[in-house]
Design a protein around this ligand. Structure first.
Ligand code: ADP
Ligand code: ASP
Ligand code: MG
Length: 408
């Protein structure tokens, strides 16, 4: 008998009525003889609410305590769903991350999974029980609760699918698949039937939040096929798997937008060796992911400006470090800009096609949108812009690269 891991996101369990509906879906699949392990998110908005509470108590919440708080949202939904299933005659049992044995490192609020125990889940399955697992959480070696980064329930689901050698991992969410752009921004976006791990990883890393980037990385590593589907409607979704012959090799497969960015500029930095090394090793040492970097060398005065982007949520920590180093290296000032965003084009076809970048820049120029930073890799091009221009940029690029529903 095959085993499937099903994950339901925040909107799918956002109200009691929706929890009942999820219970009915699981009851039917269970009755049809499927073996299922369920992973849940907290009710939509709950993790944000808990974060706000913490920041109302203190500007700088202790991260260990933050994880205790944030992990509570998922305990609510697993218990409620298990009760709803029991009401329908299904023997279901809730499991926290600790009860499963999802062991992580100690990087609170974005811990990495080190080991996933499966014996307790295997035992439950053997008894005919449907395990309902809390997503987004684990424990470190000291048994402290950790969380896996925003959107981390996707990672819990993929990691369990890998550990249990499930046939696949189905991510049920509020859209019925992965589209060429966020369908909430571009209504004419087209659903993609099949997508390679590589492209999905780029899209997810560049802001397509339908799957958490780490979950895609994990799925690729262990070869877990991921299916993204609607929890509200029947029908085919999108399959994310190894690149194969019948995948479309579009030059551009999708457009991604990311608002979770901030730009730091260290102004008037002495132009000599070792400066960038000391700046970025401090930031990296604090587990802050620096994305784009540009350095402008000034004329004549031997001073340069270094600009780089970090996740907006890490900005206060990054600023603390950067201010300190700026003083040490006698830089003139440090400037911050929060209202920025990143727009990106992703497609494996870019490997063999040139000219995508220049077309992208032309479109943005035509729209009167200023580009602040640019970066490219083999299968993507990204530009940093003013946040207010992001939706317009996504729509214009989506049109330019023929991604509309009725195009080709
Ligand atoms: P969940 O709560 O189920 O985890 P998320 O909010 O994390 O759901 O992800 C689903 C959302 O991802 C959609 O509502 C949609 O707005 C957004 N999204 C962004 N880009 C895309 C895309 N290319 N295709 C589909 N959805 C996208
Ligand atoms: N509840 C967590 C979040 O909002 C994890 C998840 O939903 O995947 O980020
Ligand atoms: Mg999500």
């Amino acid at each position: 008998m095959t085993l499937v891991v099903q994950k339901y996101g925040g909107t799918s369990v956002g109200t009691l009525e929706r929890i009942h509906r999820v219970a009915e879906k699981i009851e039917k699949a269970h009755r049809d003889g499927n073996r299922i392990v369920v992973v849940l998110s907290a009710m939509s908005g709950e993790t944000d609410r808990l974060l706000r509470l913490a920041h109302e108590i203190t500007a700088n919440p202790d991260e260990r305590e933050l994880d205790v708080l944030l992990s509570s949202g998922e305990r609510v939904t697993i218990a409620l769903l298990a009760m709803a299933l029991r009401n329908l005659g299904v023997s279901a049992r809730s499991f926290t991350g600790r009860q499963v044995g999802i062991v992580t490192n100690s990087t609170h609020t974005k811990a990495r999974i080190a080991k996933v125990m499966t014996d307790s889940l295997q035992r439950a399955l053997a008894e005919g029980v449907v395990p309902i697992v809390a997503g987004f959480q684990g424990i470190n070696e000291r048994s402290d609760v950790t969380t896996l980064g925003r959107g981390g329930s996707d990672l819990t689901a993929v990691a369990l699918a890998a550990g249990l050698k499930a046939e696949r991992c189905v991510i049920f969410t509020d859209v019925d698949g992965i589209y060429t752009a966020d369908p909430n921004i571009v209504p004419s976006a087209r659903k993609i039937k099949k997508l390679s791990y590589e492209e999905m990883l780029e899209l997810a890393s560049l802001g397509t939040k339908v799957l958490q980037a780490r979950s895609v990385e994990f799925a690729a590593k262990y070869g877990v096929p991921i299916e993204v589907k609607s929890s509200f409607r029947e029908g085919e979704g999108t399959l994310v798997t190894h690149e194969d012959a019948d995948m479309e090799r579009a030059v551009v497969s999708g457009v991604a937008g990311d608002r979770n960015q901030a730009k730091i500029t260290v102004v008037g930095v002495p132009d000599r060796p070792g400066i960038a090394a000391s700046l970025f090793s401090a930031v990296a040492g604090a587990d802050i992911l620096v994305d784009m970097i540009i350095q402008n060398v000034g004329y004549g005065d031997d001073l340069a400006d270094i600009s780089f982007t970090v996740p907006r949520s890490d900005l206060p920590r990054a600023m603390g470090l950067v201010q300190q180093i700026a003083e040490e290296i006698k830089a003139r000032t440090v400037e911050v800009k929060e209202q920025i965003a990143k727009v990106s084009l992703v497609g494996v076809g870019m490997r063999s096609h040139s000219g995508v970048a220049s077309r992208m820049f032309q479109v943005l120029f035509r729209e009167g949108i200023n580009i602040m930073m640019i970066s490219t890799s083999e299968i993507k091009i990204s530009c940093v812009l003013e946040e207010k221009d992001l939706d317009r940029a996504i729509k214009a690029l989506h049109k330019e690269f023929d991604l509309e529903e009725n195009a080709s």
